[in-house]
Design a protein. Sequence first.
Length: 367
Amino acid sequence: MQISARRPWDDDFYKILKNIIPHLPTKHIFYYNHSGNDIDGNKDILFFKDSLTVIFSLDLTHYKTRQRIINEMESCNAKLWWIGTEPNAFNHPSIKVIWWGSEFMLQADQYLQLDDIDKSPNENSNHWISLTLGPRHSRVYTAACLMHYGNLERGEMRIKTHLAQEFNTLSMLVKNGCHWPTPPDIKLEPTYKQLLSQPWWGSQFFRWNTYNKLGHCNNALNFDYYLRSLYSTTMVEVVNETSIADEETGNPAPVFITEKFANSVHALHFPIMCSSAGTVEFLESLGFDMFRDTVDHSYDIVTDPTMRIHQAIRDNAMLLNEYDTVYNLWNNNLPRLIANRDHLRNMLSTFTEINLNTVINKINNIL
């Protein structure tokens, strides 16, 4: 088995991997922590003629990575079992995809130790929130939609705009920054100019080195140190997941769930998912309540990223503006929000055992 550099907090996943290996009918086994970058950055021979390869993946993949894998596999007439964090990474007759958990499970023990959050929504504080740390063109587009449809006096929108300053129009950002084929709604252009008038938006400029001082990818501690106070009054979160579409090509991206969604559940939020198409449906398949009776998730089936993000914000504008309505909805649904958090905790506390058995059962079914 070939292993890329181990990743912080991957002990539980590595335990699953070690227990799965005896069930695999091949010796061609690879473990990549940062799947796209790890695979793209080396010259590993992944496939052998007429043989089976098994790749364990603990991160998202790039479109070019998936295409390289398919091309090399086909050239060897090989087969692949992809055991990863993207449940729909491939759609190919010679590839079996097995989901073995999401990235937010990396710190299962640390998240289980978090105290309940104290919530005190009030009409004088923010009732919705949208957080970003890493700069991405897609997140600037989301921010333009938020600024257009949402009331910034009722919400905390954190976004850095320096990455977008080279694009004078939102249309240019979408085409040349996001690489998405569909241009944005023209009525968003004045809002985009307003957005670019400041290098960053939000109550505080949050730096990478502030986050990194907590320890590498210590998201549970970040929740306790920085997010807990921000979340104390908020009831709705625009969850800016890592993957909306492939960043280099604009092609559709597989579903990929990170700590961003887990943080929202811990914070007892109604979620609006700015993510890959099918994310809401997948989370529901895991047993999460996505509050379809409150949040309009019809955007989840829209494959075009320009239209999907626009629709996600536009169709939920009420949640970003009307405090009294949102408070009544949140208060009435508080037992369900708490049950959602409890479901997440149960998933984290049992994921090593449950996911190990699930993967082994799927392998046996394939065999």
